[in-house]
Design a protein around this ligand. Structure first.
Ligand code: V47
Length: 353
């Protein structure tokens, strides 16, 4: 059976099929991915009104691709106080955010309570806000630093008010690539186990994939399939988020730019391979807003949100430092032929525009 017949049959796609999908021409691939996306969501484009907060950039780990953590290329260490975090949240709350997305570096100096009380203090003051916080990489760091099991950290997250987990820290699961780009941080299997554990508590999370650096197509397909296997067992992933690698101010030497065609193919292939993960997010901070809008015709159904402030991707060159104003966001989605649907963090529809 060739790949077109396989796609038409609706059968589950294998590793070899994933590689064959990359060989298809862009528009043939797009037609299958878009058909799948439209059968689920029609012309809807989901987004949420959210605020990203990155409370510290001091990091024990050294990931070659990271421009956010303070180091020789970014000698600007900071750690926010809880008061500063609360005042940032308060300002955004007035702009009607529904979610705070909190990702920090792995800072050994703050103590465990500093991390945990960020969540309880936000919840105490703004009980209606959804707190999406702590990547599996942060959980692993806290667990090793404070000699607690992953499960003990996860139980504390629930106790202190974390509602869902973001998908960061996944990078690329292939062990060889991982050892080259982020040696020493949470392993691939640990990342997957931590998410499965979180799901076993009845909680949801997202999954990312950092691509466009030294990985190969085969590594992306392998990454998707490892996620698909976990999702078969837990059904706890809401969204898959391919993050396009940004190349400024970091230690990863990458010669070639990824083409827009390769990026769009990767969105389309993730829609087709990940038949059990409901949402594919074109995170505009890494793809650019224009390509993210086009990705909506290549299998993606979600654009993340207005963000407000963004420090991780913008440190590496992305144009996302100040987020996106809601009116521009809505206009861009509408003029691209889609219906903007504001969602909450768990994809319940809040408002259709
Ligand atoms: O894990 C770091 C990535 C991630 C670079 O769950 C980079 O809804 C590109 O995970 N170029 C953190 N990416 C951000 C993240 C995220 C973003 C949006 C939504 C969600 C979600 C999660 O940022 C890290 C890492 O893979 N990153 N450096 C870089 N140079």
């Amino acid at each position: 059976m060739d790949i077109i017949e396989k796609l038409e049959s609706g059968k589950r796609l294998s590793y070899e099929d994933g590689l064959a999908l990359y060989e298809l021409d862009l528009f043939t691939l797009a037609s299958f991915a878009n058909k799948k996306k439209e059968s689920l969501y029609g012309k809807k484009a989901f987004f949420n009104v959210n605020r990203h907060i990155n409370p510290t950039n001091i990091c024990k780990d050294i990931c070659k691709f990271c421009a956010f953590s303070s180091n020789r290329k970014n000698p600007n260490p900071y750690t926010m106080t809880h008061e500063e975090i609360l005042s940032a949240v308060e300002k955004s709350y007035k702009n009607d955010i529904k979610e705070v997305h909190i990702v920090s570096a792995h800072n050994p100096a703050t103590g465990l309570q500093w991390y945990l009380e960020i969540f309880s203090k936000i919840k105490e003051k703004f009980p209606s806000l959804h707190v999406k916080a702590l990547t599996a990489a942060e959980i692993h760091f806290l667990s090793t630093e404070y000699n607690l099991s992953h499960e003990q950290i996860i139980d504390k997250m629930v106790e202190y008010g974390v509602d869902s987990m973001p998908g960061g820290g996944a990078e690329i699961f292939d062990e060889e690539v991982r050892a080259y780009i982020c040696k020493g941080k949470v392993s691939s299997q640990e990342w997957l186990d931590i998410h499965a554990l979180w799901h076993s508590k009845g909680k949801m999370s997202n999954a990312t994939m950092l691509f466009g650096h030294v990985e190969k197509r085969k590594d992306r397909i392998d990454h998707m399939l490892r996620l698909r296997d976990v999702q078969d067992k837990t059904n706890g992933f809401n969204a898959f988020i391919p993050l396009v690698y940004q190349r400024d101010n970091n230690y990863l030497k990458v010669e070639d730019f990824l083409s827009s065609t390769e990026i769009l193919k990767t969105y389309a292939i993730s829609r087709l391979m990940l038949d059990n993960i409901p949402h594919i997010k074109a995170y505009w901070a890494t793809s650019t807003i224009n390509l993210a809008l086009i990705a909506l015709e290549f299998g993606a159904d979600d654009l993340d949100g207005t963000i407000e402030k963004e420090a991780i991707q913008s440190a590496a060159g992305a144009k996302s430092a100040t987020g996106m104003n809601i009116k521009d966001f809505l206009d861009l989605i509408t003029t691209s032929g889609f219906t903007p649907v504001e969602r909450d963090s768990l994809y319940n529809e809040l408002k259709r525009y």
